[in-house]
Every structure is written in C-alpha cells, then in structure tokens.
Design a protein around this ligand. Structure first.
Ligand code: PTT
Ligand code: SF4
Length: 620
C-alpha cells in the first residue's frame, strides 16, 4: 500500500501531552502505524511496546495512557462512536485497554486528532482541554474528590454542553486497581485500572470540543450505505426487543443455559433471575433508550428510580445481582449508580465482593475484618457498604481495592475460588458448562474479559463441535472482535446481535479511507495486533509460562450442584488439548510464546528486535 492510498478516515495527527512538564506537541500519525495497525487497539499496543521500558510501575510517571480512535470513528457509519483507551494495567501488570462509546471518540477526531498520548505525572490535580488542534492543561483542585456526574456537569458548564468529557471518580483518584473512566454520564471503559493510572497522574478529566471536518474519501457512498443499513437493522426481527432491553435480554438466556455467575461463580442458575431480568427492568425501571454517536440500534437502558438515573447492562446486573445472591433489581441499580459515580468497574467490583462474601462464609475473614459488617451473600446493604469501603480504601476495603490477585496473596486458601485470569476478574459468564469460553477468558489479551470472544453463544448453539473446530472458531472470533472491531472504531453489537455482514465494514473502510483492504488483510492486521500484545505480556512478565493461560480452578474442580446442568465442570485434559491447539494455530510454542517465524510473517521484525534488546529470546 503506498502512502497515497490513504485518502481519509484519519486526521493525520496525534497529540502528545507530558503532564510532568505541562507541555504538549503534535505529531504526524505515521503511515507505518496506519498500514500495519489500522487504529484503536492496534495503535495503543504498538505505541506501548515501542515507547515504554519493560517492568515500569503502572502507577508511576513512565506509564502512558493512550486514547485512540479508528479510521471509521466519527464518520457516518453504524456505531462509529467508539474510542479505545489503554495503558499498562496496575492490576495485571500486563496490557490493558477498554472500548467506550458515546461522543468522545468522534469529538476527538473533529478536534483534529487520531489519538492522544498522555505521559508523565502532574504534581497537582489537572484536567486536559482539547479544542480544534490545540490543548491546555488546567488546574483541577476544585474537581478533585468530585463524583463523575458532578465533574462532567461542571466541565460542561465551563466549556459548553457540546463538549465531550471523560473523567475519573474517587475510585480512580484513590487508585482502586479496577477503577475505570466514565464518559457521557454512564459510558465506561478501561476495566483493568485505566482510571487508577489516570489517578496516579493526577489527571481528573479530558475535555474535547471539535468543529473541524474529518477527512473522508467518499462521503456520499458512506451516507448511502448507512441509510441502507439503518433500514435493514430497523426491520430486523430482534430490533424491538433489543430497543426495549438491550444487553439485559441476556439475564434469562444465561440462567436458562446455566452460565449466569451465581454466588461467586459457584452455580450457573439463580432462583431470583426473573426478578433481575430485562422484563422486570422494562416494566418498572426503564424510561427511555439512548445510544452512542451514529448508532442505529441504541442499547442504553436508561432507568429512573427516585431521584437517580442509571443505565443498566447485563454484565453489571449479573455481577452485582446474581453473583452476590441479590435479587432486588432496584438495589442492584443503586449499586450500579454508585459504581458510575465513583468510576469503578462493576464487573470487577461484583467479582471482588463475591470473593469477600465467600471468604466470610468460609470464616476466613470475620466481622472483625469487615468492620462489623455481616458480609453474607444476598445482603444488598452489606454489599453497598463494601463498595464505599473499597472506593475510599477503608478497613478491609483497602485490600479489596487491590483486586482478586492481591486478596489471594493474603488468603492463599482463596486460590481455589478466586475468579480471575492474569489477575483480572472474570466477567459475567460462568464457564462450568463452557470450556471454549473458559479458553476465551484465559487467552483474552487483557485478562479475563468477554469482549474479545463471546464464545459461549457459539458453544451452546453447537454442543457437538470438535475441539479442533472450537479452537479455530475461537481464534476467528477473537480476531474479528478483538482485532478488527477494536481497531476500526465501531461498535461490534450490530454484527454480533443483528448479524450485520462484515462486508459492510470492509466497504465502509474503503469509502472512508480509499484503502482497498480485503477481509484477509484485516485478519492479518488482527493477528499482528494479537501477537504484539502477546509479546508485550511476555516482555513484562519475563518468564512466560502456559499456566498464565489457565482459567480459574473452580471451573475444573467444583461441578455445578444444581440446575439442568448439575454435575458440569471443565475437563482438564480437554482444556490442555484445546490450549495446545490454540498455541499451534496461532503459531506460538507449547508455552504460548510467539515463534520468530510467526512474527516475521506478520512483518513484526521490529518487535522481535525490541524483545531481543531486553534479552528475551523467542523460539524458532
Ligand atoms: C466494558 C464493561 C462492560 S461490557 C460493561 S456492560 W457490556 C460494564 N459497564 C460498566 C458501566 O456501565 N459502569 C461501570 N462503572 N462499570 C462498568 N463496567 C463494565 O465495563 C458498552 C457496550 C457494551 S455494554 C458492550 S458489552 C460492547 N462492548 C464493545 C467493545 O468492547 N468493543 C466494541 N468495538 N464494541 C462494543 N460494543 C458494546 O459496547 P471495557 P460503553 Mg465499555 C455504565 O469498556 O473496559 O471493555 O469494559 O463502553 O460505551 O459503555 O458501551 O454488557
Ligand atoms: Fe453504543 Fe449500544 Fe449502539 Fe453499540 S449498540 S453503539 S454500545 S448504543
């Protein structure tokens, strides 16, 4: 591809801000970066491995936080409101990123930037204001300590309602290891601690306002394609149910299939599932739907109770409801609201509190440890109090704020029932019945998260799939979701839920950028991104072992004790075989380390050199 092939989709500029020096500069978006890594997650992974030294402290000044859009972000394309934010994770000490929608990504492009790289550390609280090619670092002592709604509202009053604000809450300020960033009053991103890293840099918020045109190769074609897609999606059979319930449809589906997380992932069915279902939300709490920029299928369930307004998704309700044995949707909604206000990830929070409840049940911690709280499953009040203790690091909350990995270090008996991969808490699918999904969690490039492969849906639909087929399909799915969608800058739900064809995105990329990419080209980019991220983990961990790619012990050792799939658990031999096949198909050795040949084929010679520079030899 020659340089001249890129005729749009990118602003061509990256904003680099150094908080220690309170300076910024504007750089060109390199053609090589675009050609090999496309955008979003691809940009972040390559910039992190190139620009940071191994083993830096994630909460120190050497870590970098990168916000990166994709070539389709902000253009008239279905679901083009997405932006990826990433850094070295303080929870896993490996690669982490999160994908958030709303308006931030499009606004950043309209302000003239493909990405923002934030370096250094400020001595005092600040926020960043970006507008049409310029940037200011502004003192934020008055904002420090505010919750996210208050912070966003103040900044919008100051800079205009049309600006986009991404900010941290008290959890990020207090460096809770699973603090995230919140944007647009309820869009969240960066599960494994991006919020904590911003907190360590004393960066409260990034405000963006833009009015510049985004270069585009063929706007008319993009608009006419979008019109066609909107018509197709709106006449889809599931459109009405989706608009009413969004991802909350999944609560009853998971319960029926024995994969709801229940009582710290001990069980897969929950007696109270009906009470926290999408149907109950729809009848009693929901008052409107909202969506991200250019979304034809809005999924935001805006719920109102008392004076509170909150957006509910499957993950949050499963983790703060069923996983804690709580069947009161109103109270779950309140806990979600608190999490958004504090800027803490609802998935990890539900997982950590579930673990603490099990420690309490097993008498490994007592009322003395919990500050007098009876921390029992099903007790919504106790769980709510625990959220406050975690966010403000009070009493045992200080340990719980460190995440499941550190809790296990203090209570080694908890290893048997700690639900994590690479120290990142498992999200809301119980995998006793789903070894392929367990593999998806264990090989996810950011630690246990479903974003790269919601493989459980395929596994449940095709119970007789051979393990070879399963692993091939899993890699295919990871490459599309984690490789392509995380790089192009669009939501994946129109493809996942509505079956929008992938050709739409290929044609949109062509119309936006002028680059003539095929599905094969995109799959190669996806493989490349996966390999760079794997090399990053290996570099940070030093001696990589296949044990890092194993799911929680509970799924192997403790079968489900009730429900239609009673007795189900993951067979360790089958898992071992699947993992070895996974490595083989990815071109990695028996310990999960990419082979030199694989990296060369993917034009990653510079990454091989990077690892060699730090004395990490890769297998032939
Ligand atoms: C995402 C993770 C998810 S994934 C959910 S609900 W989900 C939780 N949401 C939280 C929240 O809200 N508040 C809070 N305090 N913590 C939260 N933690 C959890 O964070 C999100 C949608 C959803 S809703 C999903 S699946 C899809 N994710 C996409 C993705 O990853 N990539 C992509 N190209 N498209 C996607 N579309 C869908 O977007 P993390 P959002 Mg999120 C209140 O970032 O770190 O991956 O964590 O972005 O704008 O909120 O949209 O059932
Ligand atoms: Fe945003 Fe939901 Fe639409 Fe995706 S489907 S773009 S997450 S509103």
């Amino acid at each position: 591809m020659s340089q001249h092939d890129i005729k749009g989709g990118y602003t061509g500029k990256i904003l680099r801000i150094n908080l220690s020096r309170r300076k910024y500069k504007i750089e060109d978006t390199s053609r090589d970066l675009i050609k090999r890594f496309l955008g979003g997650r691809g940009f972040i992974a390559k910039i992190l491995i190139d620009e940071t030294e191994p083993k830096i402290d994630p909460l120190g000044p050497d870590n970098k936080v990168i916000f990166a859009t994709g070539p389709l972000t902000g253009l008239p394309v279905a679901g083009s409101g997405k932006c990826v934010v990433g850094c070295k994770s303080p929870e896993s000490n490996g690669y982490c990123d999160g994908n958030f929608g709303g308006y931030f990504g499009p606004m950043l492009k309209h302000a003239g930037f493909d990405a923002v790289i934030i370096e250094g550390r400020s001595e005092r609280p600040v926020y960043i204001y970006i507008e049409d090619g310029t940037c200011e670092i502004i003192d934020a002592d008055d904002l420090w300590g505010t919750k996210t709604t208050e912070c966003e509202t103040i900044l919008k009053e100051r800079h205009g309602r049309e600006c986009a604000v991404a900010c941290i809450g008290p959890a990020g300020e207090n460096m809770v290891k699973y603090a995230n960033i919140i944007h647009d009053y309820g869009r969240a991103g960066g599960r494994p601690g991006v919020g904590a890293v911003l907190g360590s840099k004393k960066l409260k918020a990034i405000v963006v306002k833009g009015s510049l045109d985004i270069p585009v190769n063929d706007l008319d074609t993009l608009i006419s394609m979008l019109k066609d897609v909107v018509n197709r999606l709106r006449s889809s059979q599931i459109y009405d149910t989706w608009i009413r319930q969004g991802t909350m449809i999944t609560i009853l589906w998971s319960n029926e299939n024995s994969c709801l997380p229940v009582l710290n992932f001990r069980e897969g069915v929950f007696e109270g599932a009906e009470k926290i279902s999408g149907d109950v939300m729809e009848r009693f709490l929901k008052y409107r739907t909202r969506g991200c920029y250019s979304c034809p299928t809005p999924c935001g369930n805006i719920c109102r109770f008392g004076r509170h307004v909150v957006e509910l998704d499957y993950e949050q309700v499963a983790m703060l409801g069923a996983n804690l044995g709580i069947d009161d949707l109103l109270h779950v909604a309140y806990m979600v609201k608190l999490s958004d206000e504090y800027g803490v990830d609802t998935i990890s929070l539900g997982n950590v509190i579930g673990l603490a409840m099990e420690l309490y049940e097993k008498k490994l911690i007592t009322k003395e440890d919990t500050g007098g709280i009876e921390l029992r499953f099903g007790d919504a009040e106790a769980a709510t109090r625990m959220i406050e203790m975690i966010v403000y690091r009070k009493g045992i909350g200080d340990l719980l704020a460190e995440g499941v990995g550190k809790i296990v270090e203090k209570y080694p008996e908890a290893r048997r029932f700690a639900m994590q991969c690479k120290n990142v808490e498992v999200s809301a699918y119980n995998c006793h019945i789903a070894p392929g999904m367990a593999l998806a969690y264990a090989t996810s490039p950011i630690g246990a998260h479903h974003k790269d492969a919601w493989f459980i849906s395929i596994e449940i639909k095709n119970p007789n799939m051979s393990i070879e087929e399963k692993v091939q399909k899993l890699i295919w799915m990871q490459n599309i979701r984690g490789g392509i969608f995380e790089c192009i800058g669009t939501c994946r739900l129109q493809w996942v839920e509505f079956g929008l064809d992938l050709d739409y995105y290929i044609n949109a990329l062509r119309a936006a950028t002028g680059m003539n990419m095929t599905m094969n080209d995109l799959m190669t980019i996806a493989e490349r991104v996966y390999n760079v991220i794997r090399c990053y983990w290996i570099r940070e961990y030093g001696h990589w072992r296949k044990e890092y790619d194993y799911p929680p012990e509970r799924w192997f050792n403790e079968p489900l004790s009730k429900g239609p799939r009673k007795g189900a658990k993951v067979d360790r031999d089958i898992y071992d075989k699947m993992l070895q096949l996974y490595y083989k198909y990815r071109g990695w050795n028996e310990n999960g380390i990419p082979r030199v040949e694989t990296l060369r084929k993917l034009e990653l010679d510079d990454v091989i050199e990077n690892l060699r520079k730090f004395d990490i030899e890769l297998p032939d």
